[in-house]
Design a binder for this molecule. Structure first.
Ligand SMILES: Nc1ncnc2c1ncn2[C@@H]1O[C@H](COP(=O)(O)OP(=O)(O)OP(=O)(O)O)[C@@H](O)[C@H]1O
Ligand SMILES: [Mg+2]
Length: 272
């Protein structure tokens, strides 16, 4: 009986993330989760924007409403949320070994799917600064780009647009000229901390570039609590995935792998 108890205890500790990388800032500060009036006011002050449902569907963003098309993304959302909560993680990086695997499609679907969880607040940040595309998916140009927020030139409130009550999108207007510098900068670390402290999101999603094409994602990953790797069926090679996974694991926790565009299914599938 004692042995069984010990085994159960060990399994419970493993499940609650013991052994996972604990981001330094989690060790330093308790993170307030409750909603406070000042936070509500900040969210309400963000400029709202509307999206055209048909245009979204053209971009394969299908999670605005529940339904058959949204279901695989909703399952992914729920699994991601449960795992993040279990570990006390709030910052999710989405990346891939090589370009064009569906990172932004998945990031946008996750953001709108999270938006249907009325009790949660989520922020999607387009950190593919070399080739930003979230604004193209939503066919919306923010008044100022996310690059200006990261340098401190413009406050987050003048860049982020609010979708519904509880999703904020921090998008770019154009590519940045020196993205690696921005993604490595201590100012960026401070800015993300400040945004998180003020807006108290339950989830921050970072849409990042691919790992194997340049140093941008490597430079940034220390700011994420965990990462989702998107691979594309019949496109991503195992060696690419393997290298990418090892690189990511050096900097943050690998949350899982999404096998996208799987030909024999009817929607993106979770592989891990
Ligand atoms: N499951 C899917 N089935 C079919 N097409 C898809 C699927 N997922 C994404 N696509 C399409 O693949 C293209 C690339 O998708 P997306 O921009 O999301 O990839 P990405 O990994 O963000 O690319 P990049 O590396 O350039 O940022 C887009 O045209 C998108 O509509
Ligand atoms: Mg992309």
């Amino acid at each position: 009986m004692e042995k069984l108890q010990a085994a159960l205890e060990k399994a419970r500790k493993t499940r609650t993330g013991q052994g996972a990388m604990v981001p330094a800032r989690h060790q330093l500060q308790a993170r307030p989760a409750e909603t406070v009036p000042e936070t509500d006011a900040l969210w309400q002050a963000l400029a709202p924007f509307e999206v055209d449902e048909r245009r979204l569907i053209d971009h394969l963003v299908v999670t605005r409403e529940a339904g058959a098309a949204a279901t695989p993304f909703d399952i992914l959302r729920t699994k991601v949320l449960l795992q993040m909560r279990q570990n006390g993680w709030k910052r999710l990086a989405i990346t891939s070994p090589m370009p064009g695997s569906g990172k932004t499609t998945i990031a946008c679907n996750l953001a709108l799917g999270l938006g249907r969880q009325r009790d949660l607040r989520s922020i999607l940040l387009d950190l593919d600064l070399r080739d930003p595309s979230v604004h193209r998916f939503f066919e919306t140009e923010p008044p100022h780009g996310i690059g200006e927020v990261l340098t401190g030139a413009v406050p987050f409130a003048r860049n982020a647009l609010r979708y519904g009550d509880n999703v904020a999108l921090s998008m770019a207007r154009h590519p940045e000229t020196d993205p690696t510098r921005l993604l490595l900068a201590e100012d960026t670390v401070d800015m993300l901390d400040a945004i998180e402290a003020a807006y108290k999101p339950d989830v921050m999603i970072f849409d990042l570039p691919s790992v194997l094409v340049n140093d941008d994602t490597r430079a940034f990953l220390k700011n994420a609590d965990c990462a989702l790797i998107v691979i594309r069926a019949e496109d991503t090679r195992f060696a690419q995935f393997d290298t990418c996974e090892r690189e990511i694991a050096e900097h943050t926790n690998v949350l899982g792998v999404v096998l996208n565009a799987y030909r024999y299914g009817d929607s993106p599938r979770e592989a891990n």
